[in-house]
Design a protein around this ligand. Structure first.
Ligand code: PLP
Length: 404
């Protein structure tokens, strides 16, 4: 048995792994062009509009509205859809915090539904169980790049008259039964954060086929300003910059190539873990195009001598890059569990809210089960094959070493 670095053995790699987006000289010149023009904002430039048009065309959706980040996209989508005080919005607890914190931003109440153990995505049956007269919307997250069960969720939302919002932050370019994600909900959100399948550093996009919702989103993004210094709604400064849009245009041209590289890295991991009994590899349902934003494995903690967090610590000591997305279900985080929201108990104590929620252990058993077992491997397109092989080697080495 090879001794882990954490126990004094030799690490799998001498040096750590870094992977950042790569740009060609030609691409960098396009970005410099914006700098040279000095036209850095939407009010004086053309890149944001070009990026919105290109994104709408790529995603096969009528409207795309660029914003400063994915969180702003979600918040704007919720506000444009009319979600507000007293409303309940059902979503998954196994996601990045912004999916649920933006519900709080609107003084609405996040209600957490359980997830599927295979895809890590929200379970339509669990959504159904949580619907009541206060439910106004559902946010379906396409986690890790694998689309959620959109046929069932769409049908349920239609039946119960609920607004469906897709959180596509991790799934740019993914398809559900041939349809692009970001076209199934009424209004949907994307993120272009540095780790995302295409990036503008920070950035986000809202997509919708509904012109009225798009118009509302445009207003909300820009202070609710309907004409110069006149304001018809509560808005924010959620504008993207022209530099971000210039980067986005370049990245969008390469989306298929970038997603394909992520898939290749996932294939390397699949091959490497084929013979490892204590590791369950992620699934791709045959009817989806998975875009492998990250590669989440589950380890069999019952058959290991160390808890998951110690396993992760040991893997990292091998000088490879892994993380845990996500180590806890959101409703057990202090923000939700202790009702920290806006202070003074808001939004849960808001006079408009007629329900009562309890964020307690056991609420979503599958999500809790997964959060204790998951380890996240990167699929960044800048990783080389040998980087991916080293990452998988380190994971295998540690899991095998600590096997009971
Ligand atoms: C599922 C999900 N939703 C929302 C966000 C928020 O996006 P951003 O970081 O661009 O604000 C992220 C990513 O960070 C995410 O992964």
């Amino acid at each position: 048995m090879v001794k882990p670095a954490i126990e004094g053995g030799k690490p799998v790699r001498e040096k750590g792994i870094e992977a950042f987006p790569k740009f060609t000289e030609e691409e960098m010149n396009e970005i410099l062009e914006v700098l040279r023009s000095g036209r850095l904002t939407m009010s004086v430039g053309t890149k944001i509009r070009e990026f919105e048009e290109a994104f709408a065309k790529f995603n096969k959706v009528k409207n795309a509205v660029a914003v400063s980040n994915g969180t702003a996209a979600l918040h704007t989508a919720l506000k444009a859809a009319g979600i507000g005080p007293g409303d309940e919005v059902i979503t998954t607890p196994f996601t990045f915090v912004a999916t649920a914190s933006t519900i709080l931003h609107q003084n609405a109440i996040p209600i957490f539904a359980d997830i599927d153990r295979e895809t890590f995505n929200i379970d339509p049956e669990s959504i159904r169980e949580r619907i009541n007269e206060r439910t106004k919307a559902v946010i379906a997250v396409h986690l890790c790049g694998h689309p959620a069960e959109m046929d069932e969720i769409r049908k349920l939302c239609d039946e119960k008259n609920l607004i469906l919002i897709e959180d596509c932050a991790q799934a740019i370019g993914a398809k559900y039964r041939g349809r692009n994600v970001g076209t199934i909900g009424e209004i949907n959100a994307f993120s272009f954060y540095i780790s995302k399948n295409i990036t503008t550093g920070e950035g986000g996009m809202i997509t919708t086929d509904d012109d009225e919702l798009a118009e509302k989103a445009r207003l909300i993004r820009n202070h609710g300003e309907s004409s110069k210094y006149h304001y018809t709604t509560l808005g924010y400064n959620y504008r993207m910059t022209e530099l971000q849009a210039a980067i986005g245009l370049i990245q969008l041209r390469r989306i298929e190539e970038l997603n394909e590289r992520r898939r290749e890295i996932a294939e390397i991991y699949n091959d490497m873990f084929e013979d490892v009994e204590l590791i369950t590899t992620p699934t791709a349902k045959p009817y989806v195009k998975h875009v492998w934003h990250i590669y989440n494995i589950l380890i069999d903690v019952e058959k290991l001598r160390k808890p998951r967090d110690r396993i992760v610590e040991a893997i990292k000591k091998e000088n490879v890059w892994v993380t845990v997305a996500y180590p806890n279900v959101l409703y057990l985080e202090p923000l939700f569990k202790h009702g920290l929201g806006h202070g003074k108990g808001c939004p849960w104590n808001c006079p408009f809210y007629k329900g009562r929620v309890e964020y307690r252990r056991g609420l979503c058993p599958n999500a809790e089960w997964i959060s204790r077992r998951v380890i996240t491997l990167p699929t960044h397109p800048s990783l080389r094959d040998d980087d991916a092989i080293d990452i998988a080697t380190a994971v295998k080495k540690i899991v095998n070493y600590y096997r009971k």
